[in-house]
Design a protein. Structure first.
Lengths: 300, 252
């Protein structure tokens, strides 16, 4: 059996497969089908300093090659997450990555300060697709200088390894990743959803404005993973349109140390366990003793 | 609950664009509560997400849903032939909460009958049923409930009471024993709104089954929320905390 385990930020994960933030609830919801202990690590729903109600409906819309969501980051806040849900992961000994966001730089800093190191917390993942209310709602991840500053300031207040999750809606994503690296980032998650709209042709208006996820994202995310993992010496986690184990393997070959599965779980709730088994089989069939043997082999 | 393979054994047109789909499941679904639903995989590559449908009836490994063709997914569904296979994830959601005793009044409009069909079955004639549809043809949708003497309204007056089902209920409301009465409703948003208006003065206990666009059906995405009067957590998931809500706790 191929060895799926890997080291990330000095900790051992049993496999490179995670859920993408916001696509596996608070973790318990999937219990009737399979348990979060199967994951390499559970990534939390995006958490904020205070509970956040999110957007009115419609929040989800189907497109031919994916979906658009406008959940608006509804969440119960960091404090309640750690009171109500963290014990569940502790009991299951499941490593977690805490995804968090804010609407000002100070809110990001306050979030990171609030989260105390714990052996099960592998990393913090800052969602940089959030609108910066002090900059007219432009997302934090759009300007290299903003990214540099926010990473620098968040790094200062936490000892937990820090991942930056980048938005694809930028001129040059390598430049953004470079800015995060110079500010001391420990790793990168690529990519978040692509801003998109749907027009309701009957009502002649905008039906939904939100983030596009699913299969359409895959080649775009692969390019980002391939280029960035080649040039920037920190671990990269790949996400975007992974629907099966061969998609996952493409990301690993492109240079991702681990992958995250989002939308595919809505299409088939067993996608994640199937991907874990599929990767393991792939290693066996192709004679790779360990997962690390395929990471980045497409770099040439 | 599980994601279960189902072979289509029946997919019949009942009337106009309404269909009854029966599947033989590869294993039993387990205990199903009235008001629960499934996420059905539409076996077409063009249809990305699953579709939510109320469990119309379920016994051991036979599952029935009743659906109305409204868009791409249901249009494809209506063309599926017998023997094709698909997947159903369920049973999902909370379902109706039934007290031991009580005077049950069931109100359904249009395809809303699908949401309360198994509830009516469970109450075995001990409920007063009000059903509204657009015209005489659609009265066929009451199916096996017909022998429970439902009160029926049609918008065009071609059968039963002329008008909508809430107006019909209004006519009978006085005669329904107020003692321990509880209403269970499923139908278009406008029906639920006028029902709320009708019983607002007396605040009669009422559970409603609501529809929201869904992606996962499992509580994973927070896409299907319904706005409630709970100021601390105004948005509740229709697939998990619902799809049945206390009428007095949601915003309509
Ligand atoms: C809990 C629940 C139970 C339901 N039970 C039934 C039932 O028993 N019989 C029945 O005919 N219909 C039922 N519906 C509505 C049914 O899910 C939609 O009519 C169906 O999804 C439409 O799919 P479509 O591809 O034909 O339409 P499209 O408009 O092409 O679908 C596009 C997207 O919008 C969503 N959507 C469109 N209309 C609705 C709607 N009214 N409610 C929720 N999502 C919608 C679809 O799921 C899909 O994701 C129920 C909905 C919910 C939430
Ligand atoms: C319903 C939904 C909710 C999401 N919520 C978050 C979130 O809270 N924080 C975040 O960083 N990304 C969020 N995302 C983005 C995903 O984590 C992921 O980056 C993206 O969907 C691409 O992966 P996929 O194509 O596999 O879904 C969300 C995506 C979806 C579909
Ligand atoms: S449909 Fe995903 S949470 Fe309800």
């Amino acid at each position: 059996m191929g060895n799926l385990s890997l080291k990330l930020f000095g900790k051992t994960l049993k496999n490179p497969v995670m859920n993408a933030s916001g696509t596996l609830g608070y973790g318990r919801e999937i219990e009737p089908l399979w348990g979060v202990e199967r994951l390499g690590a559970y990534v939390t729903k995006g958490l904020s300093l205070k509970p956040h109600h999110g957007n009115p409906t419609p929040r989800v819309w189907e497109e031919r090659c994916g979906m658009i969501n406008s959940i608006g980051l509804q969440n119960i806040g960091i404090e309640r997450f750690f009171d109500e849900h963290f014990p569940f992961f502790r009991q299951k000994k499941t490593p977690i990555i805490v995804n968090f966001f804010g609407f000002t730089e100070d809110e990001y800093i306050a979030c990171a300060e609030r989260i105390k190191p714990h052996r099960l917390i592998i990393a913090l993942e800052m969602n940089l697709s959030c609108p910066n209310v002090k900059k007219g709602g432009i997302s934090f991840g759009k300007e290299a200088s903003t990214v540099y500053n926010i990473v620098k300031h968040v790094k200062r207040v936490t000892k937990i390894p820090l991942l930056a999750k980048l938005t694809p809606e930028v001129k040059n994503i390598v430049e953004i990743a470079q800015a995060a690296y110079e500010a001391g980032i420990d790793g990168l998650t690529l990519l978040n959803t692509i801003p998109a709209v749907v027009i309701d042709t009957e009502k002649k208006n905008v039906a939904i404005k939100g983030g596009l996820s699913g299969p359409l994202l895959k080649p775009i995310a692969l390019k980002a993973v391939h280029e960035i993992s080649k040039t920037i010496p920190v671990p990269v986690i790949g996400t975007g349109g992974i629907m099966n184990h061969m998609d996952a393997i493409a990301f690993l070959m492109a240079g991702a140390k681990a992958i995250q599965v989002g939308t595919a779980t809505f299409v088939d709730p067993y996608t994640i366990p199937k991907i874990i088994e599929g990767i393991s089989e792939y290693l066996d069939v192709h004679g790779y003793p360990k997962i690390e043997d395929i990471i980045g082999i497409a770099h040439g | 609950m599980d994601d279960i393979e189902g072979k289509i054994v029946r997919n019949d047109n009942i009337v106009s664009n309404y269909y009854l789909l029966k599947m033989k499941l590869s294993k039993p679904m387990g205990i199903v509560k009235p008001g629960q639903f499934v996420m059905l995989k539409i076996p077409d590559n063009e249809v990305f997400l699953r579709r939510p449908f109320s469990i119309y009836a379920c016994s051991r490994d036979l599952l029935t849903i009743m659906y109305r063709v409204v868009g791409r997914g249901t249009a494809y569904l209506s063309k599926i032939k017998k023997k094709e296979n698909t997947f159903v994830l369920g049973p999902l959601g909370n379902g109706f909460h039934l007290k031991e005793k009580g005077n049950h009044v069931i109100v359904a409009g249009g395809i809303g009958i699908a949401g309360v069909h198994s509830l009516i079955g469970k109450l075995r004639g001990k409920a007063s049923v009000f059903y509204g549809c657009s015209g005489r043809d659609e009265v066929a949708l009451v199916g096996d409930i017909a022998n429970l003497d439902p009160r029926i309204s049609t918008i065009d007056g071609s059968y039963g009471f002329k008008g909508n089902v809430v107006a019909l209920l209004a006519k009978h409301l006085k005669s329904i024993r107020r003692n321990n009465v509880e209403i269970f409703a499923c139908g278009p948003e406008n029906m639920l709104k006028s029902l709320k208006k009708l019983i607002n003065k007396d605040k009669i206990p009422c559970q409603v089954l609501v529809e929201e666009r869904m992606a996962c059906g499992l509580g994973l995405c927070f896409g299907c929320v319904r706005k409630t009067v709970d100021e601390k957590e105004p948005y509740k998931r229709a697939c998990r905390e619902g799809p049945v809500f206390n009428l007095w706790e949601i915003c309509l």
